[in-house]
Design a protein around this ligand. Structure first.
Ligand code: PLP
Length: 394
């Protein structure tokens, strides 16, 4: 059975053009970009072309792009690098409770090193309030890091307002845009963003490569030390095929972000409307309108998200759940808890994330099987026995 892939927020299939573009740097242009002979220079040219393409996608200069090993590394680099380069007396960062663990776990490590961290709450739709950002900034604040769009619920943050607040207060603004780049238009200079993380595998590129935008003039310490690659900002011989793949994905994304978003939005809205109208006691999570075009996420009362995921997998649909199985119990996602959802509701989370190859027919097929799977799981679930109406998920 051919699986219908509805998990593009986890990763996207590399586009054929991306794979084609990568092959020469594995077969012929495999040199070390630091070598000054012709073989090295050819590899360097590939890297620099990719840098120009990523810069064009973000609206910045090529030398404001640092290639990294992943979105996670870009996030780590932004936080750790900015704190390491901060002036004496600057030892506070502001972030949100719904960030990806690439930010949250890094913030915790910084806390253990003496940095103070403010974790801002969000409203029921997952929005950070720019006024709360303003209030949280102190004379000691180095940076604010708020994600562009949430990976579980798709909520898009008021990035321009938050960036403006940071600029007014003279603190750095970093955004984890791993889920947003290639899906919504981004212009880092127009939006006054100082640092931005992205990851190739979320925009139809290869895994294991990302980038950090560092605005010219921003002081940030190198995160991986060693050689002088990436203008001394990130040591290690470049992942040339990966970088080339990211460059090609960025080029395609620049040409197609609007049309791809239109396609995804149509499928997303059909999914949301279909799920909510055909299945009782299911609620949309995240913001009703300010959300990623490809993200439809729900909480389904009376079922475990993981059971739902496995049952959908059995009938040929790849989706995802925000809850993670740790030590035999389902841990509700920190994002859903931050929205104020009770744990028993948050455990029933489901994320359906569409992409360029999905069709309306696939959405219809999903909508045909979904209500009966939910009914069956509810009938089997002990939670259904003690069912009571819970605010926020009806
Ligand atoms: N940040 C967000 C919002 C993400 O969704 C992810 C991946 O899921 C990451 C960071 C980490 O990116 P990578 O998988 O490239 O390390």
């Amino acid at each position: 059975m051919e699986q219908v892939y509805f998990d593009h927020a986890a990763t996207t299939p590399p586009r054929p053009e991306v794979i084609e573009a990568m092959l020469p740097s594995l077969r012929e242009r495999w040199g070390n970009p630091s070598s000054i002979h012709a073989t090295g220079v050819r590899a360097l040219e590939e890297v620099e072309r990719a840098r120009e393409r990523v810069a064009a996608l973000l609206g910045c200069l090529p030398d404001e792009i640092v290639f990294t090993g992943s979105g996670t590394e870009a996030d780590n680099h932004a936080l750790v690098g900015a704190c390491a380069a901060a002036k004496p007396g600057k030892d506070h960062i502001v972030t949100s409770q719904i960030e990806h663990h690439a930010i949250l776990h890094t913030a915790q490590i910084l806390e253990a090193r003496g940095v103070q961290v403010t974790y801002l709450g969000v409203d029921a739709a997952g929005m950070v309030d720019p006024d709360e950002v303003r209030k949280a900034i102190t004379d000691r604040t180095v940076m604010v890091s708020i994600m562009h769009a949430n990976n579980e619920i798709g909520t898009i943050q008021p990035i321009a307002e938050i960036a403006r607040v940071c600029r007014e207060r003279g603190v750095l603004f970093h955004t984890d845009a791993v889920q947003a780049v290639g899906h919504v238009p981004i212009d880092v200079h127009r939006r006054q963003i100082d640092l931005l993380s992205l990851s190739a595998h979320k925009l139809y590129g290869p895994k294991g490569v990302g980038a950090l935008f560092v605005r010219k003039g921003v002081r940030i310490a190198s995160f991986i030390t060693g050689g002088g690659q990436e203008l001394g900002r990130r040591a290690s011989t470049e992942n040339v095929p990966g970088i080339v793949g990211l460059g090609e994905a960025a080029k395609l994304a620049r040409e197609e972000t609007d049309s791809a978003a239109g396609h995804d939005r149509g499928l997303r809205d059909a999914l949301i409307q279909g799920v909510l109208s055909r299945t009782p006691e299911v609620a949309l999570t995240g913001h009703p309108t300010q959300r990623l075009p490809n993200n439809a996420s729900f909480c389904v009362k009376g079922v475990e998200g993981e059971s739902l995921l496995l049952n959908l997998d059995l009938v040929g649909f790849a989706v995802s759940s925000g809850s993670a199985c740790t030590s035999g119990a389902m841990d509700p996602s920190h994002v859903l808890l931050a929205l104020g959802l009770p744990p028993e509701i948050a455990r029933g989370s489901l994320r359906v994330s569409v992409g360029r190859d999905n069709t309306r027919d696939q959405v219809e097929q999903f909508l045909e099987v979904f209500p009966s799977i939910v009914r069956r799981l509810r009938a089997m679930s002990p939670a259904s026995v003690a069912s009571e109406v819970t605010p926020g998920c009806q």
